[in-house]
Design a protein around this ligand. Structure first.
Ligand code: ADP
Ligand code: ZN
Ligand code: MG
Length: 482
């Protein structure tokens, strides 16, 4: 990026709420229903019907507002955002405009250089989702209106972000928060957590904001970063050539790695917002708000700090373990069954996350539950199996869904710590490998590794490595002439 310029970015995020029913009717919000079955006269906007606000949505908005340090407006109103589109049978989207549920707030984040930054949150408002158009290969377009009326929270940031990576950090944090609050599943690929990016550039030191463009259609963190970087470069190039930026909406094309302008007809907005006549203003009772605030769950940062203090974990571990609420809970459930917190942390960060990544599954679909993992790790902690054998047992657990104890017993994997037994094996191996013994006595310490290897081979990896090392050194040294 040309060092003369500075990027300015503001994000508009839509979080689809995980309520059971829609925003203004009793229809189900479930994803996997047959097309056009989760509908009723209200979400289809038939004449004469009246919407009724879902209280859960207001509760979720207050929760998120509180987590983002926003002021909650005790009176807010819904508005109609009017536009025509085939997937919007009502002809308008019920949203909030002038008086949203939450006003100004902020999020603190650390940039690349670990410098803390305060990112303003302009507002959070409640609104309903539209349906889906499915463009078939045969050239037909199908409409599924199941999603019409599904509740969303829109979170609008101030133009306080200064790079694509800032934007990604902000998004990742915001997603973590909605997941911890249990109000949205945060799935970007499936579109339950979506983001539009507003981007402009200006000369460093300049106060005035440049003309912005808005990029849509990015469905992963990686694409958000790529799209923003693409747009920053494109704008700088235009300005360097003496041109002007046109305010417009661009669509990100992930296959071509470029953003192209939307057809201008589609972006010509005149929504004619007006207050929704069918809904009363939303008035929030202070006691209810206080109750919601009291019941707010522990948020990611607080949990991370607690993990460091309570379990004596390095920041690095605490950070990874608390990135997802489900993983943090898996950790805390596992340590109910074994006491070595660091060992549990290492296994979750390593072996468990590796399998989840490979299989592209989430921890809730992982076949080894916290108790089973805890019991496996307890076998290491108590010296019954080695860490190396434990890896094999772990893979076997994945394959057979058997418990660690059962596998260890069936395959006779218990670690050999019995001194007499190990001494016999060592004596035998030293006898059979006279020349290596001589090498050792001549000062070649590295042959110890050879002996350990032989012993492990003989015991099929079951010898207790610590005991082996001690006994081996004793035996070898006793062969030195006095
Ligand atoms: P619009 O009227 O086009 O919707 P808003 O003022 O509502 O614009 O802002 C929408 C988003 O764009 C917000 O996230 C805001 O922070 C961001 N934004 C506004 N102006 C700029 C700018 N010049 N450069 C980058 N982002 C901007
Ligand atoms: Zn309905
Ligand atoms: Mg706007």
């Amino acid at each position: 990026m040309n060092q003369k310029y500075e990027a300015v970015i503001g994000l508009e995020v839509h979080a689809q709420l995980s309520t059971i029913t829609k925003l203004f009717c009793g229809c189900s919000t479930s994803f996997d229903a047959q097309p056009n079955t989760n509908v009723c006269p209200i979400c289809l906007g038939h004449p004469g019907v009246l919407p009724v606000l879902n209280k859960k949505v207001v509760e979720f908005a207050i929760k998120l507002g509180t987590a983002l340090n926003c002021g909650v407006n005790h009176k807010s109103i819904f508005a109609r955002k009017n536009y025509f589109y085939p997937d919007l049978p009502k002809g308008f989207q019920t949203s909030q405009y002038e008086l949203p549920i939450c006003g100004y707030g902020f999020m603190i984040l650390k940039d690349d250089g670990e410098v803390e930054k305060k990112i303003g949150i302009t507002r959070i408002h409640m609104e309903e989702d539209a349906g889906k158009s499915i463009h078939d290969q045969s050239g037909f377009t199908f409409i599924d209106v199941n999603r019409c009326g599904v509740p969303l929270l829109e979170i609008v940031s101030e133009p306080d972000l200064r790079s694509a990576s800032d934007a990604a950090v902000y998004l990742i944090k915001l997603r973590q928060i909605v997941q911890y609050l249990d109000i949205c599943d945060g799935n970007m690929e499936e579109g339950s957590f979506r983001c539009d990016a507003n981007v402009s550039v200006r000369l460093k030191g300049e106060e005035k904001l440049g003309t912005k463009t808005e990029i849509k259609n990015m469905n992963s963190f990686r694409n958000v970063e790529k799209a923003i970087n693409f747009e920053i470069e494109r704008q700088i190039e235009i300005l360097e050539d003496g041109g002007l930026i046109t305010q417009q909406t661009l669509l990100w094309n992930a296959d071509k790695n470029e953003a192209a302008p939307m057809r201008s007809k589609e972006e010509a907005h005149d929504y004619r917002y007006f207050p929704e006549p069918d809904l009363m203003p939303v008035v929030i009772n202070k006691n209810w708000e206080a109750e919601i605030r009291k019941l707010l769950p522990e948020l990611p940062e607080a949990k991370r700090e607690r993990f460091i203090k309570q379990y004596n974990l390095p920041l690095y571990d605490a950070d990874i373990l608390t990135q997802s609420k489900a993983i943090s809970e898996y950790f805390e459930n596992t340590i109910q069954f074994t006491f070595d917190y660091k060992l549990v942390s290492n296994w979750i960060m390593g072996d468990v996350l590796k399998i989840l990544n490979e299989r592209k599954i989430s921890i809730s679909d992982f076949s080894i539950g916290p108790q089973s993992l805890g019991n496996l790790l307890e076998l290491i902690s108590t010296g019954q199996i080695s860490g190396k054998i434990a890896k094999d047992v772990f893979m076997e657990m994945l394959l057979t869904k058997k418990e660690a104890e059962v596998i260890v017993k069936e395959k006779n994997l218990l670690q050999i710590s019995d001194v007499t037994k190990l001494e016999n094996i060592i004596t035998d191996i030293l006898q059979r490998n006279n020349s290596q013994v001589k090498q050792y006595l001549n000062g070649e310490d590295k042959v110890v590794g050879f002996f350990v290897g032989q012993i492990m081979k003989e015991t099929k990896g079951k010898a207790n490595p610590k005991t082996v090392n001690e006994l081996l050194k004793q035996k070898l040294n006793s062969k030195r002439p006095n």
